[in-house]
Design a protein around this ligand. Structure first.
Ligand SMILES: [Fe+2]
Ligand SMILES: [Fe+2]
Length: 276
């Protein structure tokens, strides 16, 4: 692997110093309307994303806290400020509360999302169930997922809100995907390289066989476990190397994991205590 770079490599690429990676910005769990929502953090994240100029911004659910229309309007007002042609939004369990999915569909369209660009394919599903906190992908969706990845790009990304693998540092395991095993097998069959999820508000990365599963934290709330800080992920894909950063609004970025999709070699940064 190449020596460690910095997140500013995107800016360097724009300046012509380095080849430009394909960049996916991954934000999650805004929880607009929650008493723990911090507008300043989301304002800052929007500014940082507009400076970063990612190719795609993915939002993996829990845009709202209770699925109410006014919460959706608030979340949308922030997302509308992101200057990116490819915004992919899928709902989370909180968005499916109080029949909130009707507002989701009205404001964001389909609850599933597909993008094929630059040899990269991203497929997102709605893993929420009305008024329940656990997730389900569901047997009825497996065929659809397989069809989206048929003949798709070389690098394949799957989006959902709930975690498919347990996340350390989150207390008692709960509310994961009821059909996680079957879903993982479908994703393996589809040669998926990367799963992006949210839900637990604790960022983490695992490798399971040929798949990397990466969770984002909450971008702009103080619904935090332990010493975890609000953050979002930045994924840089450059030829056969993928580098994933955890960016803290207003602050620095930590390298989470670097991997080579063709060999699945990886270097993962150990979980560290937050800097003071
Ligand atoms: Fe959440
Ligand atoms: Fe959630």
């Amino acid at each position: 692997m190449n020596p460690e770079t910095t997140l500013s490599s995107a800016g360097d690429a724009v300046a012509g110093k380095k080849p430009k990676p394909f960049i996916i910005a991954h934000i999650s769990d805004m929880h607009a309307g929650s008493q723990y929502f911090v507008p300043n953090l989301m304002d800052r994240a929007v500014i940082e994303l507009n400076e970063l100029k990612p190719n795609v911004v993915v939002v993996t659910g829990d845009l709202t806290n209770e699925g109410f229309k006014q919460e959706y309007l608030l979340a949308k007002s922030y997302l509308d400020k992101i200057n990116c042609d490819n915004l992919m939004v899928i709902p989370g369990n909180h968005d499916a509360r109080n029949v909130g999915y009707v507002h989701f569909e009205e404001m964001f369209g389909s609850r599933q999302a597909v993008l094929h660009a630059n040899g990269i394919s991203i497929v997102g599903v709605d893993s929420s169930e009305p008024d329940l906190d656990h997730g389900t992908v569901g047997r009825h969706r497996y065929q659809w997922v397989k069809e989206q990845f048929q003949g798709a790009g070389n690098f394949r990304v799957f989006l959902l809100h709930h975690h498919l693998l347990p996340v350390p540092g989150t207390g008692r395991e709960r509310n994961m995907v009821y059909d996680a095993g079957d879903t993982l097998e479908v994703l393996q069959e589809c040669d998926v390289n990367l799963i992006l999820a949210g839900h637990k508000h604790v960022p983490h990365a695992w490798r399971l066989e040929n798949i990397f599963a990466v969770n984002a934290g909450t971008v702009c709330t103080l619904r935090l476990r332990g010493k975890v800080r609000p953050c979002y992920n930045v994924i840089e894909i450059l030829e056969d190397e993928v580098t994933i950063w955890r960016k803290y609004p207003f602050h620095d970025a930590d390298l989470i994991i670097k991997f080579v999709p063709s060999t699945v070699d990886f270097e993962k940064t150990a979980r560290t205590e937050p800097k003071p």
